[in-house]
Design a protein around this ligand. Structure first.
Ligand code: ZN
Length: 271
């Protein structure tokens, strides 16, 4: 089970919510333990379900007890535990996102009532700046985001993570919090589901071997073959020949693919 879905629900309600609704929910305890939600006084109103027509009622304190007034039943006692309120701890969330996304040090700041700068992430295609914006559910949310990001330095990539809503934003990729991170039962730290580089569509890091070492070795071998006058005329033939040389010289080492070696030959020959 992933507790981030409940966190999104609480953030989506923008303010404090009654804790009792979640008391039986295992995700609630996980969020408390992780410091992602915190107690915040008492709720100001409750939904009266004691009478025929459910209605909102203000909390009152009378005769040493909490309750509310119902037009039908008069003063109705409410358990203190049912009035405890919680809210999302957004500052803590942003710090945890900063750590989970492995942002470079520093750079966290609140930019607006709903908006935080989480930090910078190095991707193979350049730097990505990550923002958190509570909700992207309506036009007001978009305007608030736009105002908050005004004056921000542009980077190669920008990502806005939001707890609720899917409205697109023209200047950045948008992802929901529960797409980006997870919080497992028993865990106290967020876990990354998608990397920032993937979410902004940065080119993938090249894998397989250590290309820079290959490149240097093949350059040296190609130069040697050219100096000895044994280089093949055709690029493909030369790539095959130099790869054969490499395999003979290093029978126990992994070798790059022929297509990679062809690229080295082209590079060596200048184009
Ligand atoms: Zn009532």
């Amino acid at each position: 089970m992933d507790a981030v879905s409940l966190l999104c629900e609480i953030i989506g309600q923008a303010g404090k919510v009654a804790a009792h609704a979640y008391r039986g929910d295992a995700r609630y305890g996980v969020l408390l333990d992780a410091g992602l939600i915190q107690r915040d006084g008492l709720v100001q109103s409750v939904l009266c379900e004691n009478c025929d027509i459910p209605h909102d009622a203000e909390i009152a304190f009378e005769g040493g007890t909490y309750g509310h007034y119902c037009p039908e039943l008069g003063f109705v006692h409410v358990e203190y535990a049912d009035l405890v309120a919680v809210r999302a701890n957004l500052a803590s969330l942003v710090e945890q996102l900063h750590a989970t996304f492995e942002c470079s040090q520093g750079g966290i700041s609140q930019l607006g009532p709903q908006t935080w700068r989480v930090g910078l992430v190095d991707t193979p295609g350049g730097r990505a700046v990550v923002y958190f914006h509570t909700c992207l559910q309506n036009e007001d949310n978009l305007v608030s985001l736009e105002n908050a990001l005004r004056g921000q330095i542009r980077r190669e990539y920008a990502l806005v993570v939001t707890a609720a809503g899917h409205l697109p934003y023209r200047d950045a990729g948008t992802f929901t919090l529960d797409q980006m991170v997870q919080l497992d039962l028993g865990a106290t730290r967020l876990r990354k589901s998608v990397s920032v580089a993937e979410s902004v569509g940065a080119p993938p890091r090249s894998t397989g071997g250590r290309p820079s070492i290959y490149r240097d070795r093949f350059k040296a071998m190609l130069a040697d073959r050219a100096a000895r006058g044994v280089a093949e005329k055709g690029r493909n033939e030369e790539a095959k020949a130099v790869l054969l040389d490499y395999r003979r010289q290093r029978p126990d080492d992994p070798a790059p693919k022929l297509s990679t070696v062809k690229a080295y030959v082209s590079e060596f020959r200048g184009g």
